[in-house]
Design a protein around this ligand. Sequence first.
Ligand code: OGA
Ligand code: MN
Length: 289
Amino acid sequence: MRIVAKAIPTGAALGADIVDIDLSDELGADDLEAIKQAWAEHLVLRFRGQHLSDEDLLRFSRHFGPLDKAPINPYGTTWVPDNPEVNVISNILDDTGKRIGGLGDGECVWHADMTYNDDPVHACTLYAKEIPEIGGDTGFANMVAAYEALSDELKVRLTGMECKHDKTRNSTGQLRKGFEESYPDVSHVPGAVHPMVRRDPETGRCALYPGRRHNAYVLGLSVDESEALLDEIWAHVSKPEFAWTQHWQVDDLVMWDNRYCLHRRDAFSPDARRHMRRTQIGGDRPVAA
Ligand code: OGA
Ligand code: MN
């Protein structure tokens, strides 16, 4: 009998390993169904020991929806011009001294990807080709669990509120091309506006949707009130009880639901090499709770 992919939960607030699967093969319908079910339940999936070309990674990713192109890099292009859907996360320089990917070696603070867009990506995959011996681990946090753990009072207060998601800097704090170094106050910072609590129209489940802390602003509040509320929310969502950390091995593929999770990355030594290939699955406008 054919073996169907199986999920082994991490035991933390989110995440599961999928075993008995080779993603360089075309997926069977039963494997795909098992993966989709596990993903809906655990929000982050890890597939260890995968040997994938960019084409394999793209084919696998497309099972979950149409792909978005990688964001434009500081050279004004995508990292892999022949495959604009492939994004590269790396601190490595090529022979000519040019970066092969983004995000360098610094810490990436808690964030969800590309929420500064009106239709932020639904999900991302990240595939490890080279990893440092120390550091560079990636944490994930479950925003459904974080929402459910809020006091009833805060749930009511946040429902209907909207927050602006900073477009000007990436998760390492680097200024994106074409934006100002600073603004009169956070209410003037450009970015997309999204509900603070989003609801899954299919399942009805709700999740906090904080995006990222830097330059965030809650609409309708004074800057001071907004800062105080955001500090309270961020202290809550970054509690270890909502999180799980991926300690990378080469050939790990991780995919996360970018609607209902945050992620962060530890810094690592500038002398170490880290090289990840990434795809991003297109999303819709978040629905308010
Ligand atoms: C990303 C990201 C974290 C990492 O690709 O969006 O935040 O571990 N990466 O490289
Ligand atoms: Mn990210």
